[in-house]
Design a binder for this molecule. Structure first.
Ligand code: MSP
Length: 692
């Protein structure tokens, strides 16, 4: 089988990378790691786009040598990707000789084969977008021209008039070919919404496109082509060529050319939706066809990350979240290492939205998910399994059989996860894995091994433990593409080699056979102790960011564990197995401390700038309380007025978005879904009545 070839866009280096860029890297890295785990050779290509006019302008404005400026920024990009665990196999810089040579040769080839012609270009050009605009797509105001209907990330600044002799790529020649190709191979364009958009764009008519510019920064049009003097290749046209220059197309090195032959075409090319239709799904395949190169197998456009509804973009600095700084922050809040913070970020990004859709990035939401899914879910499971193993069986896997359905749940989940990874449906792949985690935690609750061991049922507990360890191993394998650092740590705790392949994910017998010794327990994902404080600390100063969604915040109290986790929490300091297991249940006296009362909703209104919060005034009989509840997306405020709800009346007050919440109302939800219904009273009881 040929090596698996996956690409990301090459990023402009006029600013440092943000979460939007990191997102494409996380996705590409997850897919690349998955293929490697399955034993396939992978060529994962990323890089930087350095020949843009805007980059030269930024450098010159700072009195810098442009190449030196590029070297510095490219190094910064690489450092960020390395820190985030991005396992790219090649990094292409468009100022590197290997790219320049190939780009000029490709242009020569296009000229010789009649795909270029010389013409006169006059029209509007946007430097920030590095894009030409037809006159009919611009508008005139006060003597300046602007993009008539700019998308949210296109410039609102005046356009530049360009009038020059230029080289045109005869794109119109490829209109029929592209339509036919995509009709015969619809799977090339994903998701479907982008395919439809692309077909409509091509059907509306393709025009020949100018591919050279009179500039002093970029790759020169070769001398062999008439009127090439002072012209460089249009940066977009040249940037696309990175995908073949890097692996060795038209290279001088025979071995490199041979590798290229073996590798081509790309299996998956990832990018966000803004550069899909016009560039990657039209210009790029036309260029390939003109050079007689095979079409990519799949072009996939993911959505945008927004912050408070605005696209995360270097042009809107308030929206920027820097991935390395943020990963460090997560780790610091949890009191753990940087790499676990990186994994938490990778997890959140790929879990939060379906790949292909837009999502609103919330750092608060990410922390909340860390606690609910990672600390309380997976971390808890691992901690409990290893604590029991250490305490009851001296850390050695015992003999013992049980069939509580956990092993089979994992075995059944595996092929589903595999096919979801193949489809780049990371969110659902994670969902499948975490369903098994929840099931395992539930089985522990039901089986109460701490009680059974006391009553002498050692064999049953041994069987349960074997299943739990198997699930832990399954999680480590199945999560490895997305959370590589945690996966390694978990395998280390299980004392299993990280080098075994994907097929071992469901291999329960061999690696964790009786007699195998595991390491002593140590929390994989220490819980963020005061989540709400952490969130406040983090979001102060970024008024733009949305409040976390309430499912994540678990109703009004952000630091409370989710309902499914009235179970041991992973703490920073390792606890003894005894204390941890005893906390699986609570004593009656503890429960009795919680005061539930009936409250009647008198008023309800939305909280400005917090899409998920409602502010309720609630009658508790002898007093009126203000309570903030994260249910604004599910309930219209007016439908709540007059309802009798259940209030946790003796919860310490907390400030949320500047309002004090004096209690909490109860709602039912699936473990990590939004609130689905409020807990109400089925009789006409007066406000203030005690619920017990
Ligand atoms: N240099 C061109 C691409 C040339 S590829 C031959 C370019 N560079 S860019 O720096 O603007 O980065 C574009 C890519 O960054 C997007 O395709 C996407 O992968 C990523 N993203 C940038 N902002 C993003 C969001 N807010 N959300 C999601 N991804 C985004 O265009």
């Amino acid at each position: 089988m040929k090596p698996f070839f996956i690409t990301t866009p090459i990023y402009y280096i006029n600013a440092t990378p943000h979460i939007g860029h990191a997102y494409t890297q996380f996705a590409a890295d997850a897919r690349a790691r998955f293929e490697r785990l399955r034993g396939r050779e992978v060529y994962f290509l990323t890089g930087t786009d350095e020949n843009a006019v805007k980059i030269a302008r930024v450098a010159r404005a700072q009195n810098r040598d442009v190449q030196e400026f590029c070297d510095e920024l490219a190094a910064q990009f690489k450092a960020v990707w390395d820190a985030l665990g991005i396992t790219y196999d090649d990094y292409i810089r468009t100022t590197a000789p290997r790219h320049k040579v190939v780009a000029s040769r490709a242009i020569e080839k296009l000229w010789q084969s009649g795909h270029l012609e010389i013409g006169e270009y006059s029209g509007w050009y946007s430097v920030p977008d590095e894009t030409f605009f037809r006159a009919e797509d611009t508008i005139e105001r006060d003597g300046e021209h602007y993009i008539a209907a700019p998308t949210e990330d296109q410039t609102k600044a005046p356009l530049e008039w360009v009038e020059e002799k230029t080289h045109f790529f005869k794109l119109s020649d490829f209109q029929d070919f592209l339509l036919e190709y995509y009709t015969a191979h619809p799977e090339t364009l994903r998701p479907v919404v982008r395919r439809n958009e692309t077909l409509a764009y091509i059907q509306s008519g393709l025009r020949d496109t100018s591919i050279s510019r009179e500039m002093d920064w970029g790759i020169a049009i070769p001398n062999s082509i008439p009127h090439g003097e002072d012209h460089v290749i249009y940066v977009w046209f040249e940037a696309l060529m990175n995908y073949f220059s890097a692996p060795g197309y038209l290279s001088d090195d025979a071995a490199q050319r041979e590798y290229f032959e073996q590798l081509w075409p790309p299996d998956v090319q990832l990018m966000s939706k803004d550069i899909f239709t016009r560039f990657h799904a039209t210009l790029w395949p036309a260029l390939l066809k003109a050079l007689d190169l095979e079409m990519p197998k799949e072009l996939f456009a993911h959505g945008f990350w927004t912050v408070g509804g605005r696209k995360m973009s270097k042009r809107d600095p308030e929206t920027i979240v820097e991935p390395v700084a943020f990963a460090r922050q997560i780790a610091d809040f949890a009191g753990t290492g940087f790499e676990i913070g990186v994994d938490a970020l990778r997890y959140y990004s790929l879990r939060e939205v379906t790949f292909g859709s837009d999502g609103d990035f919330s750092r608060a939401g990410c922390l909340a998910r860390y606690n609910s899914d990672l600390a309380n879910g997976l971390g808890n499971l691992v901690q409990r399994a290893l604590s029991m193993l250490s305490q009851y069986f001296e850390g050695v896997v015992p003999e013992g059989k049980s069939d509580l359905g956990l092993q089979s749940a994992a075995v059944e989940a595996l092929p589903k996860i595999e096919s979801l990874y193949e489809k780049l449906d990371f969110s659902n792949a994670l969902n499948e894995i975490f369903l098994v985690v929840s099931q395992a935690n539930r089985v522990i609750e039901e089986q109460k091994p701490w009680a059974r061991i006391k009553s002498g049922e050692r064999e049953a507990v041994a069987g349960l433990l074997r299943e739990l360890l198997a699930v832990c191993q399954f999680c480590a394998r199945a999560l490895a593409p997305i959370m590589p650092f945690s996966s390694r740590r978990l395998l280390k705790l299980l004392n299993v080699s990280p080098d075994t392949s994907w097929n071992h994910a469901a291999d329960f017998g061999v690696l964790l056979a009786p007699g195998h010794r595991c390491a002593s327990p140590s929390p994989l994902f220490p819980r963020i102790k005061n989540l709400e404080e952490a969130i406040t600390q983090m979001t102060t100063g970024s008024s733009n960011e949305m409040a976390p969604n309430q499912a994540q915040l678990n109703m009004v109290d952000a630091s409370a564990p989710p309902v499914e986790a009235l179970a041991p929490q992973a703490e920073t300091k390792p606890e003894s197995a005894e204390t941890k297991l005893e906390r699986a249940t609570i004593e009656y006296e503890d429960f009795a401390k919680v005061e539930f009362r009936v409250g009647k909703v008198l008023e309800a209104e939305r909280v400005p700038k917090a899409d998920k919060l409602l502010r309720l005034q609630v009658d508790l009989g002898d007093e009126q309380r203000q309570i903030l509840a994260g249910i604004a997306e599910q309930f219209e405020p007016e439908t709540l007025v007059g309802k009798s709800v259940v209030v946790v009346a003796n919860l310490a007050p907390r400030k949320l978005r500047g309002f004090e919440s004096q209690g909490m109302i109860l709602a039912a939800s699936s473990p990590d879904g939004p609130p689905l219904g409020l807990v109400t009273i089925d009789a006409d009881v007066p406000p203030g009545s005690v619920v017990k």
